[in-house]
Write a protein that binds this ligand. Structure first.
Ligand code: GRF
Length: 188
């Protein structure tokens, strides 16, 4: 059994979608949800879905050693980021080479980097009059949004599209592709 820890800071709709995808899977299991935000709605979702959840507050993400020890103790094989807003400490990146996966709500290398998350990404897409946007699933290295790309999917952007409309299209791609790409990576 390969064990996944999902890291999320907020709403957690992707986290929920991934947990549901792997329910009853015989080779891959979402063992836990980890957050840096004790108010994150992902905690409610984890509770509802009977997945253990733990909060490591922001001080724990500076060097990451306590988190890393916890991951090791629980024999976590892969880390999946689903709207996790802290940088992953180098100690954890080094301990999980090509075993940390992130999803970014745009077509990297465009519209990525520090501070580019959530609606800010979609706003930039509108400002730049992009004709398309999408999702990028990538490995995580010690920087923001710069690890090797695993998969991308695109959707069209119309001139009249609002941030909410774009976010909806991008979420649809996320829900469709993230779980299956995670499965491919974990089993490869
Ligand atoms: C997603 O759009 C994902 O691409 C990004 O953060 C967002 C999280 O949304 N990295 P949710 O918390 O899964 O609803």
């Amino acid at each position: 059994m390969k064990k996944i820890a999902i890291l999320a800071s907020g709403n957690g709709s992707n986290a929920e979608n991934i947990i549901k995808f792997f329910e009853n899977n015989e080779t891959v299991k979402v063992s836990m949800v980890i957050t840096n935000n004790s108010k994150a709605f992902v905690l409610e979702r984890a509770k509802k879905l009977n997945v253990p959840a733990i909060v490591f507050d922001n001080s724990n993400w500076k060097n990451g050693e306590i988190v890393l020890r916890f991951l090791k103790k629980n024999e976590i094989d892969f880390i999946v980021l689903a709207g996790f807003l802290r940088k992953i400490p180098e100690s954890i990146v080094n301990a999980y080479p090509r075993r940390i996966i992130n999803i970014h709500p745009a077509l990297l290398p465009h519209f990525g980097g520090k501070g580019m998350y959530g609606d800010r990404v979609h706003k930039e897409v509108i400002i730049n009059q992009e004709k398309e946007t999408g999702i990028t699933i990538h490995f995580v290295d010690a920087d923001y949004d710069s690890g090797a790309i695993i998969f991308q999917a695109k959707c069209p952007v119309k001139p009249e599209d609002s941030v909410e409309v774009i976010a909806g299209k991008v979420h649809e791609l996320e829900y469709k592709f993230y779980p299956q790409i995670i499965e491919q990576v974990v089993l490869s």
